[in-house]
Design a protein around this ligand. Structure first.
Ligand SMILES: [Zn+2]
Length: 323
């Protein structure tokens, strides 16, 4: 299973528990605290704090934009001190005090602990009671990439979420074309957006022609019916399209990570780091989010209609402008 699929599965488990009113007090989120674990934490915090009435997290309300930017007043952070690299008892006391105040905006408060394995023993002991009985409507998220080094007393009070490490990028026939689109798609020029839409549309058309030809050849060998052939080709095309859109989405996620100042080691398209850095420098968090949404919406709309795809792609890329 891919990292994205696995992350989505853990998020859907969280949403179901939240809807059923059965959230744990604390989650131990195992994965890179600057990468997939942070993405999970931001997503669940956004889910609880989002002000939209449905489709939470909406990704565009004030809460959804402030959570991943680390600027939501009801999300309290604690992390190791720079010098000692540990989470000490003084910082812990402040963290607990903050969580005991009432929420500023929503009705939820989130306590976000980065590198929870760096809790020193005094800090851990000061934390245990809050971890066991947090203030009402308070969710603790403990992020770590080394749960094996943590105190048993802390671990046993958390529900565990095991996120996988990011997979490496695979090279497919379509990779160069998609990479080309990604490298030029950041622009305010409508002609550039139209060109991206056309290139992607041509790629999907060519892929379809190629797959149909392959399936026809196979059908001759096996004497399959035309309907069977069409269904097979359609299924394969769907898979390729999903992979292409995932690659587009990973690029936008990489940009969002860079805009938020996350570790560059976590990027999916790491081989294009220079281009990504250049694009990230032109983006703010809201625009980076909007571009993620634009890709997701193109994907959803294309899955619903059969063809023509071009108008969907044109309006999708047009929404990826900078302002
Ligand atoms: Zn929202």
């Amino acid at each position: 299973m891919s990292t994205a699929d696995s992350l989505e599965q853990w998020l859907s488990i969280f949403r179901r528990s939240a809807k059923a009113g059965r959230l744990a007090h604390a989650y131990l989120v195992c994965g890179n605290p600057e990468g997939v674990a942070r993405t999970y934490a931001d997503q669940v915090a956004s889910y609880l704090l989002c002000t939209a009435t449905e489709g939470r997290p909406c990704g565009i309300c004030k809460s959804c934009i402030r959570v991943p930017a680390g600027r939501h007043p009801d999300v309290f952070h604690i992390e190791p001190e720079k010098k000692s690299r540990v989470i000490g008892v003084e910082a812990m006391r402040t963290f607990i005090r903050n969580l005991q105040q009432s929420a500023y905006e929503g009705d939820w408060k989130i306590g976000l602990m980065l590198h929870a394995d760096r809790l020193n023993e005094n800090a851990a002991n000061a934390f245990l009671k809050t971890l066991e009985e947090p203030p009402p409507r308070t969710l603790m998220l403990l992020l770590t990439d080394s749960p094996q080094t943590m105190l048993r007393t802390v671990i046993s009070r958390c529900q565990r979420v095991n996120l996988p490490e990011p997979e490496r990028k695979k090279t497919e026939d379509w990779t160069p074309v998609v990479d080309g689109i990604l490298q030029t798609s950041l622009s305010n020029d409508p002609l550039v957006h139209a060109a991206c839409a056309h290139r992607l549309n041509d790629l999907l058309d060519e892929t379809k022609t190629r797959i149909l030809a392959e399936e026809k050849k196979r059908a001759k060998d096996t004497e399959a019916e035309e309907e069977v052939l069409d269904a097979r080709a359609e299924a394969r095309l769907k898979k390729v399209r999903a992979a292409i859109f995932q690659s587009l989405l990973h690029w936008q996620r990489d940009l969002l990570l860079l805009v938020n100042g996350c570790d560059e080691g976590l990027l999916f398209h790491a081989e294009h780091i220079e281009v990504l850095r250049g694009q990230a420098a032109q983006l703010d968090v809201a625009t980076a989010f909007r571009r993620v949404r634009a890709i997701q919406e193109m994907d959803t709309r294309l899955a619903r209609i059969s063809r023509p795809a071009l108008p969907v792609l044109e309006s999708g890329f047009a929404r990826m402008g900078l302002s």
